[in-house]
Design a protein around this ligand. Sequence first.
Ligand SMILES: Nc1nc2c(c(=O)[nH]1)N[C@H]1C(S)=C(S)[C@@H](COP(=O)(O)OP(=O)(O)OC[C@H]3O[C@@H](n4cnc5c(N)ncnc54)[C@H](O)[C@@H]3O)O[C@H]1N2
Ligand code: MOO
Ligand SMILES: [Mg+2]
Length: 414
Amino acid sequence: MLSVQDAETTIFNLVQPLNPQRNTEVVDLLAANSRVLASPVTSQLDFPHWDNSAMDGYAVRYTDVQHASQQQPVTLEIVEEIPAGYQPQSTIQPGQAARIFTGAVMPAGADTVVMQERTQRENNRVSILAAPKPQEFVRHRASYYKAGGQLLPAGIMLNAPEIAVLAAAQCTQVKVYRRLCVAILSTGNELVTPEQPLQPGQIVDSNQYALAALVKQSGAEPLMLGIIPDQAIAISEAIAHAISKADIILSSGGVSVGDYDYVQQIIESLGGKIHICAVAMKPGKPLTVATFQENQISTPRLYFGLPGNPVSALVTFWRFVQPTIKKLSGISEGWEPKFVKALTCHELRSDGKRETYVWGKLRLQDGVYEFQLAGGNQNSGNLINLAQTNALGILIEGQTLISPGEQVQVLQVG
Ligand SMILES: Nc1nc2c(c(=O)[nH]1)N[C@H]1C(S)=C(S)[C@@H](COP(=O)(O)OP(=O)(O)OC[C@H]3O[C@@H](n4cnc5c(N)ncnc54)[C@H](O)[C@@H]3O)O[C@H]1N2
Ligand code: MOO
Ligand SMILES: [Mg+2]
């Protein structure tokens, strides 16, 4: 059985980010939120666009006021008033100042702003009561960004700060990677949809819903292919259809050793290459990973046969599928799983045979991360106490106990 580490390396090496030449679209800026930028953005604007004032006050010549003090104020003649949005008309001469407001353009001749609180106004004259620092409160043209440089690199996710930058640079159309399509199918004769009445022996296909939510959260488009009965032909048709439609295919169930577990043999019969058929982790042992390559030049479709148990399906998604979706989507940094060290509040146990993932909550308590184990049964069939999970505590292979107060490696999820 492959270790989790080796499985991770195998999977992440199978993933090559979308080709920016062929897999992009142009969207309106407002629709670009949560999308991945496909090419670097440059601007022909300087930021700030011109020297401007950082304060409400007076634009002055530093040399005029460098010795000003409460005892010996320097009095200047106000020759112009400059609100934000106005182009100054005059050049400040020795002995002169301009009334200026935050964000307004600095007038020629002036190099420093004295904030209003350090002045005294009398009609068209102002007394400077304290010496400013040279160039104080001036935001200089191009001091944030110089026209022609790289404003944003490719491969970043566009969220509020990046959208603000693009808006300020007047980029109203943005080239982003296309959204990935992730097909989801559930296998199992016992499964019904949430709307159907439950007959004895049946359960609801909750994995389809959970996986669709996770796919959306990861920035991709779920293609829900529904419930497929445990029949080789039906599963084969469903997988063939999924491969023709999606970049990534997720199935749940049917990957273990039971008589109705057909997924692995069908992958092979359809020409898929199985890279992983079991991982030394709990839950998630029968995770199956395969690729389907249509022809030499096409990008391979990635197939994840997730175990059917609801917790196993989610844990393997969080551990392997979510980073895969992010990497494939074109995100160049930060697609990897996020681990932190925490102190466990509860005893964490494992039989030590496989790397064990226990679920619960991570929270910051007095500046220290704490992991709280979800109460109730930590069994891969129990999805009830999985609600509110935001972290998985990890016991590595051979580790059987982490006592309260001890450190545990935690995977942040959700
Ligand atoms: N003899 C062995 N039996 C099992 C082994 C083993 O090594 N030897 N491994 C166990 C482990 S670990 C897991 S995990 C499961 C994985 O089983 P499958 O992937 O084959 O999944 P199924 O058998 O189809 O279902 C397992 C379980 O999950 C429920 N399920 C399935 N699909 C859904 C769904 N879409 N929504 C909600 N629940 C679902 C299903 O009803 C079963 O209870 O195998 C162990 N057995
Ligand atoms: O690996 Mo299974 O996922 O332990 O229940
Ligand atoms: Mg099974």
